[in-house]
Design a protein around this ligand. Structure first.
Ligand SMILES: C[S@@+](CC[C@H](N)C(=O)[O-])C[C@H]1O[C@@H](n2cnc3c(N)ncnc32)[C@H](O)[C@@H]1O
Length: 404
């Protein structure tokens, strides 16, 4: 190891050590994550408090003079077959400019010494198959791929992500700042579709329309002005209040839209009077409503709210990695968190997760609608700008279909 390098056990109460843990982990994550995606701010903020609270965390830091240049984050486990503790090296990294100076080796040796002192049965770690350099280091230090019985082949490392944003999707939207709900104000396809429909539907009584996930109600007000009797439903209470406030007191508004708080992704359908509806509009909701089960539920509830033969107009985000490498990065970086291809976590400018977004393949979307009981499913795809990032390209799907 180069002169001047020291290995210390981190004291996570010390601000300089805490800062070193965060910056080294952030640098490591940028290197190993897909396309250099950074760790979200809230993960970095929770890192040191989480390690402090963990009963068996051990963190070693490598310093070159005053500069923290390497880290080993370890956790103590237990071997039932040896009835002794084991130490797992969870992260090991050295800043790029300090590689080749024996710092990684010194960190692993320090972990081993510490594990021996505790009387541990073994030290374990995980390494990427193609990381030849790290494998070379570990193998030179006596680590070997785990094979309990050659007849059974080697041991494989499995993981199941449990950070399922789906469980919190509705809470995310209930709490969402209503003034910042993303939307599209220009809707030429919807306008054409509704014009065609109005030509075929009797005007008196006015055709009924359900706006699912209506936000603060701007679309519902426009549709009401076009002659529909509109009910807008949204899970966000503040958005519903704002939508009602725009319309004014009920006695003044004749054919103005009504707004109701309701959850279209729950196990039970939301209670809405005024149905069954001639038309449902669901703009930019299916992509953000949660996981696959919640999407299926939403479509089923919309289907059941329509009269037989009633129309659904729906828009949803399309898989866009082919036209926007930013989306390719997001899908890949967030896969361990979403557990689903073509999904990612939409974040605000500080990296705080707002909600999960799913982008659909055409066949996937059509299959989902048919599975919910819709027929005559027609999907058109447009290349547009992303609803939250106007300077970036994204595909959007526009669907019309009917309840049988
Ligand atoms: C991207 S915004 C689109 C708003 C509106 N459709 C538009 O195009 O302007 C998604 C809306 O769906 C609502 N939403 C999310 N989950 C919902 C659920 N489970 N049931 C009803 N509305 C929901 C959100 O509160 C939000 O207002």
């Amino acid at each position: 190891m180069g002169t001047g390098i020291t290995i210390v056990r981190a004291d996570l109460e010390r601000p300089d050590h805490a800062r070193a843990v965060v910056s080294l982990t952030a640098a490591y994550a940028r290197e190993v994550s897909a396309h250099g995606a950074p760790l979200p701010e809230q993960v970095l903020a929770a890192l040191v408090p989480g390690l402090r609270a963990h009963p068996t965390a051990i963190v070693l830091l490598a310093y070159d003079g005053d500069a923290a240049v390497g880290i080993a984050v370890c956790f103590v486990g237990f071997s039932t077959f040896a009835a002794r503790e084991i130490v797992n090296i969870h992260d090991l990294s050295v800043l790029g400019a300090w590689r080749g100076r024996g710092i990684g080796r010194a960190l692993v040796e320090a972990v081993e010494a510490l594990a021996r002192d505790r009387g541990c049965a073994k030290v374990t770690l995980e390494v990427q198959e193609n990381n030849r350099r790290a494998r070379g280091l570990y193998e030179s230090l006596g680590f070997a791929r785990v094979v309990y019985d050659p007849a059974d082949g080697g041991a494989l490392f499995y993981a199941k992500p449990l950070v399922a944003p789906s469980a919190t999707a509705r809470d995310d939207w209930r709490r969402f700042d209503a003034a910042r709900i993303p939307s599209k104000s220009s809707t030429p396809r919807l306008d054409r579709f509704l014009s065609g429909l109005l030509d075929t539907l009797p005007a008196d009584p006015p055709p009924t329309l359900l706006d699912v996930g209506c936000g603060t109600g701007h679309l519902a007000r426009r549709l009401s002005d076009r002659g529909f009797s509109v009910i807008g439903v949204d899970v966000n209470p503040e958005a519903v209040r704002a939508a009602r406030a725009e319309v004014g007191p009920a006695e003044h508004h004749g054919r103005s839209p009504r707004f109701v708080e309701g959850d279209f992704a729950g196990a039970d359908p939301p209670a809405i009077d005024g149905g069954p509806f001639d038309v449902a509009v669901c703009q930019l909701v299916l992509s953000i409503v949660g996981d696959a089960r919640q999407r299926a539920r939403l479509l089923r509830h919309v289907h059941d709210a329509l009269r037989p033969g009633g129309w659904l107009y729906l828009s949803a985000s399309g898989v866009s990695d082919g036209i926007n490498p930013g989306y390719a990065r997001l899908y890949e970086a967030d896969l361990p968190l979403t557990g689903e291809r073509h999904s990612y976590l939409s974040r605000d400018e500080h990296g705080v997760v707002l909600y999960m977004t799913h982008h659909f393949e055409v066949d996937e979307l059509a299959g989902l609608l048919e599975g919910a009981g819709f027929v005559a499913v027609d999907v058109r795809t447009e290349r547009e700008s992303s609803s939250r990032r106007p300077d970036e390209a994204a595909f959007f799907h526009y669907v019309t279909c009917r309840r049988d």
